[in-house]
Ligand binder design. Structure first.
Ligand SMILES: Nc1ncnc2c1ncn2[C@@H]1O[C@H](COP(=O)(O)OP(=O)(O)OP(=O)(O)O)[C@@H](O)[C@H]1O
Length: 236
């Protein structure tokens, strides 16, 4: 069963149909890519999935349960975590405390300190644990944001442009991290403009354009899809 299933979701901002009947499934242990030109609706779809925006129609299911009317906090308790395109860290708390705040809101508070230590090790950030994110380069800040989402061991992890600002070595390490998350059975949904990362790491890719899914399938199919090339990859 899909960990996250989105069905027939529509959102309009005034006369602008940001999402128009969008469907998407994210399976456990797989990375599902979501790509499309600027303004295609990717972040809006994450907002609908995480409960920050109520769709005018359509449904969201977590592990088969309809959560369309569940609050963001309720969805987090059911194992959904996300990152934001714009970093949403507490700039002056330490990296460790940024993770701890999230861990203590998760389902297992007693494990919070242990989970933070484990996550910092996994991300290779232990040496920066006592630094405030404000003092770190953006690429590292993004990793801290991913850590804050990972620390509750989510079933579904939505990542909004996590590799922006990372250099090629950091991106490579990040790809390995994504694979290790799927080994844990996490369903990862990745919004990302770095096409080599998307094509290298995703099992399945959805392409959004002007609020509609114009193609979905494995990376090798998407890479050669004429509609996708015309809408997006051609000028990427
Ligand atoms: N709060 C809002 N109010 C009005 N319009 C919005 C709002 N949020 C998004 N939009 C519009 O909805 C459409 C989809 O935007 P969205 O940010 O979801 O796209 P995106 O694919 O994430 O783009 P990007 O790659 O630039 O982040 C765009 O036309 C955008 O201008």
């Amino acid at each position: 069963m899909a960990s996250l299933r989105i069905s027939g979701v529509s959102v309009a901002f005034g006369g602008n149909r940001a999402l128009d009947g969008v469907g998407l499934s994210a399976e456990p242990g797989r990375v599902t890519g979501l790509i499309g030109p600027n303004g295609a609706g990717k972040s809006t779809l994450f907002d609908v999935a995480s409960g920050l925006r109520r769709p005018s129609s359509g449904q969201v299911f977590l592990d088969g349960r309809d959560v369309t009317r569940t609050s963001p906090a309720g969805r987090a308790r059911r194992g959904l975590a996300r990152t934001f395109q714009r970093l949403e860290l507490f700039g002056r708390l330490t990296v460790r405390d940024n993770l701890l705040v999230a861990a203590e809101l998760g389902p297992d508070r007693r494990r919070a300190h242990h989970a933070v230590t484990e996550t910092l090790t996994r991300l290779g950030l232990t040496h920066l644990a006592d630094s405030p994110p404000d003092a770190l380069p953006t690429g590292v800040g993004r990793l801290v944001e991913v850590g804050r989402a990972m620390v509750i061991r989510p079933k579904v992890l939505l990542l909004d442009e996590p590799a922006a600002g990372q250099d090629s070595e950091e991106t490579e390490r990040f790809a390995a991290l994504l694979r290790s998350l799927t080994d844990d059975g996490t369903a990862v949904v990745l919004v990302e403009h770095d096409m080599s990362l998307v094509m290298g790491v995703c099992d399945e890719v959805y392409v959004l354009d002007l609020g509609k899914v114009i193609a979905s399938g494995p990376p090798e199919v998407i890479r050669n899809d004429e509609t996708v090339l015309a809408a997006y990859l051609g000028d990427a």
